[in-house]
Design a protein around this ligand. Structure first.
Ligand code: ADP
Ligand code: MG
Length: 295
C-alpha cells in the first residue's frame, strides 16, 4: 500500500518509543501581566495512562492550550506536581526539557504553519525536527514518517503548496518525527473541511495504534468522540469526564477519585462518603453527616 491508503496503518510504520503516561496533581499556572495576574490553571488533577488517547475540550479561555504547553515543558508549573513519563517537570532543567521534546514528546502547536519552516520541503521539515534527537535513538527515515501521515508522495513539496489538510498532516509528521511516546496536538483539525479533518484523524489514529499516547485539544465533538477519553477543562480545572454523553469519574493511580465538580462543591472538602458496593456491581457513595475534620 502506498500514499493515502497507508494512513492509519501501523503496518510497516517506524516503531514508536514506549508509550508515555502523564500525572498532574494540583497543577497551577499563572500568566503574570503588568499590573495583574491571570490564573490559567487553578489545580488540574489528571492521569493519562500510557497509550491512551485523550481529547481536552472546554470553552475558549478555559486553559486547554496552557495545559498542553505545560505537558510539553514549554511553560513551567507555578505549583503542583507534573510527571510526563520519567520526567518530573517541576524539577527538570532546560537541558532535560529540551531532551524530552527532542525524543519522548512530540508537540503540534495550534496553526500548522507555526510548526513548519516554509522554505523547506515536507521531507526536510521532518529531517529538521529530527536533528535534536538524543544520541542512541533510532531515527526513522523521514519518508517513513511522511508515509505514516499519508504524505509519502509529497516529500518534495513545500508547505505552501500543500492543501490545508496536508499542511496539518505535515505538522503532525513534524511532531511524530522522532516517533515520540506522547504526542500533544492543539486543535489540529480546526479550520479544515470534513474530508481534510478525517485525513488528519486517520493520521492521528495511525500514530495511536502504533502505541503513541495522544492528547489533543479540540472544539469539535465529532473529533473528541474518536478518542478513548474526553476530559472537559473548565476555569482552569478538570471539569467532567464524558463518554457517550455521560459523566464519569476517573480513579487515580493513588486510589483517589475526582467527583464531578458540581457534586464535589455541594459535598464540600473533607466530606465523608460511605462506600457501599451493591450486589448488581454498582457502587453507592453515601454522604455521612459530620465532615471528616470534626471527627
Ligand atoms: P484555551 O486554550 O482553553 O482557549 P488558554 O490556555 O489559551 O485557553 O487560556 C487560558 C487563560 O489564560 C485565558 O484566560 C487566557 O486569556 C489566558 N492566557 C492565555 N495565554 C496568555 C498569555 N500569553 N498571556 C496572558 N494570558 C494568557
Ligand atoms: Mg487554545
Amino acid at each position: 500500500m502506498t500514499g493515502l491508503l497507508e494512513i492509519g496503518g501501523a503496518g510497516g510504520a517506524p516503531p514508536a518509543a514506549a508509550p508515555i503516561g502523564v500525572t498532574c496533581r494540583g497543577l497551577v499556572y499563572i500568566y503574570r501581566l503588568e499590573g495583574y495576574d491571570v490564573v490559567a490553571l487553578s489545580g488540574v488533577d489528571l492521569d493519562i495512562a500510557p497509550g491512551q488517547s485523550v481529547a481536552l475540550v472546554g470553552p475558549s479561555g478555559s486553559g486547554k492550550s496552557t495545559l498542553l504547553s505545560l505537558l510539553a515543558g514549554l511553560l513551567p508549573p507555578a505549583a503542583g506536581r507534573l510527571r510526563v513519563g520519567e520526567h518530573d517537570l517541576v524539577k527538570a532543567g532546560p537541558a532535560e526539557l529540551q531532551r524530552m521534546r527532542a525524543g519522548d514528546v512530540g508537540v503540534v502547536l495550534q496553526g500548522s504553519e507555526r510548526n513548519l519552516l516554509p522554505y523547506l520541503t515536507a521531507e526536510q521539515n521532518v529531517r529538521f525536527a529530527q536533528r535534536g534527537a538524543p544520541a542512541g535513538r533510532v531515527r526513522p527515515a523521514a519518508r517513513e514518517v511522511l508515509r505514516l501521515v499519508g504524505l509519502a508522495d509529497a516529500a518534495r513539496v513545500r508547505p505552501a503548496d500543500l492543501a490545508p489538510g496536508g499542511r496539518q498532516r505535515l505538522a503532525l509528521a513534524v511532531g511524530l518525527a522522532n516517533r515520540p511516546g506522547l504526542l500533544l496536538a492543539d486543535e489540529p483539525t480546526s479550520q479544515l473541511d470534513a474530508a481534510a479533518r478525517d485525513e488528519v484523524l486517520a493520521a492521528l489514529a495511525g500514530a495511536h495504534r502504533a502505541g503513541t499516547t495522544v492528547v489533543l485539544v479540540t472544539h469539535d465533538p465529532d473529533v473528541a468522540r474518536t478518542m478513548d477519553r474526553v476530559v472537559t477543562i473548565r476555569d482552569g480545572r478538570v471539569g467532567a469526564e464524558g463518554r457517550s454523553g455521560e459523566d464519569y469519574s476517573v480513579l487515580g493511580r493513588d486510589g483517589s477519585l475526582h467527583l464531578p465538580p458540581e457534586l464535589a462543591a455541594a459535598l464540600g472538602p473533607g466530606a465523608l462518603l460511605r462506600v457501599q458496593p451493591q450486589p448488581d456491581g454498582t457502587l453507592l457513595l453515601v454522604p455521612v453527616e459530620a465532615p471528616l475534620e470534626e471527627r
